[in-house]
Design a protein around this ligand. Structure first.
Ligand code: BJW
Ligand code: ZN
Length: 248
């Protein structure tokens, strides 16, 4: 891949890099996305499953969805896109991953500074007393319950719920301070997460989009790469290596 001169030069002078990722980064690991042309939840609307009212109406159904996804996640591995992002840390001192994903694949790929905006599928808590249950849950007698009798839910962020304040604040700071802000594999329609792209843009960061199709943020991106993250990101990393070799 031959990068355009502006982006190449930008890579040469930049120190603070943020990768803002969504379901598309994990698609090549075999984890279905929510939306977009290959999104398998096109039939099952996330707005209808990923919300507290749905859980209260039918906790069994919502748990089946999460247990199904958890199984897929456990059988999957980080792909070339996650690995390329982790490798950026060899070439830049300050690399932050801000992810909307709950799948732990950035951590497993070796990224160190990760903010999780929508929770993590490995954690669960009681909706009444907020006790955490992070071991395997027992579904043999139906939906698992806490010692206090409350229903246990996955520690993920559903529609209408606040994002974890510490993760969101740290992500906002990283976006504001970033020199380059990569937007990878997200439809960028879910807020407040998607707002980070505009925060970064307003702060003068260079916005690089990687997606298989156009999205809400394509029009404000400084450069877009339309292709699979697992192919595009390793190619950009190769260019980074050239940039850094030139400087030494
Ligand atoms: C590839 C690829 C490959 C494929 N390579 N690319 C302002 C305006 C309007 C509404 C709102 C607003 N502010 C807030 C709202 C409400 C709502 C919202 O945003 N709604 C919109 C949908 C309209 N937001 C909320 O409710 C949020 N909370 C909140 O605002 O709190 C404040 C509040 C409190 C009380 C009252 C009122 C306000 C919470 C949002 C929580 C989202 N939760 C989910 C589930 C998480 C747990 C789980 O995983 O189950 O998060 S929903 C789902 O969407 C999940 C994702 O993280 C999120 C984003 O999806 P993502 O990652 O972008 O995936 P896709 O599938 O959409 O896109 C994949 C992309 O990859 C596509 O573009 C493909 O092309 C691409 N791709 N293969 C590269 N190989
Ligand atoms: Zn409890």
């Amino acid at each position: 891949m031959e990068l355009n001169k502006t982006f190449f030069n930008k890579l040469a002078v930049s120190e603070k890099i943020v990768f803002f990722t969504g379901a598309g980064i994990s698609a090549e690991s075999g984890i279905p996305t929510f939306r977009g042309k290959d999104g398998i939840w096109n039939k099952l609307k996330p707005e209808e499953l990923a919300n507290f009212n749905a859980f209260m109406r039918n906790p069994q159904m919502v748990w089946e969805w999460y247990n199904h996804r958890k199984k897929i996640i456990h059988e999957s591995n980080p792909n070339a896109g996650h690995i390329a992002i982790a490798e950026f840390e060899k070439y830049f001192d300050d690399v932050t991953v801000v992810t909307q994903n709950i799948d732990n694949l950035h951590r497993r790929a070796g990224s160190k500074k990760i903010y999780e905006l929508h929770g993590n599928i490995e954690r669960n808590y009681c909706i009444d007393c907020k006790t955490f249950y992070n071991k395997e849950l027992d579904f043999s007698e139906g939906v698992p319950r806490c010692k206090c009798g409350g229903l246990i839910r996955p520690d993920v962020v559903w529609f209408g719920e606040f994002l974890p304040a510490d993760q969101l604040e740290a992500s906002e700071k990283a976006a504001i301070n970033s020199d380059i802000f990569f937007v990878v594999g997200t439809s960028a329609v879910v807020y407040p997460a998607a707002g980070l792209v505009y925060t970064a843009k307003r702060s003068g960061s260079y916005i690089v989009e990687v997606n298989i199709e156009e999205t809400e943020v394509s029009s404000i991106a400084d450069i877009s790469f339309f292709g699979e993250a697992g192919k595009v990101l390793p190619e950009i990393l190769e260019e980074v290596k050239k940039v850094k070799e030139k400087r030494n």
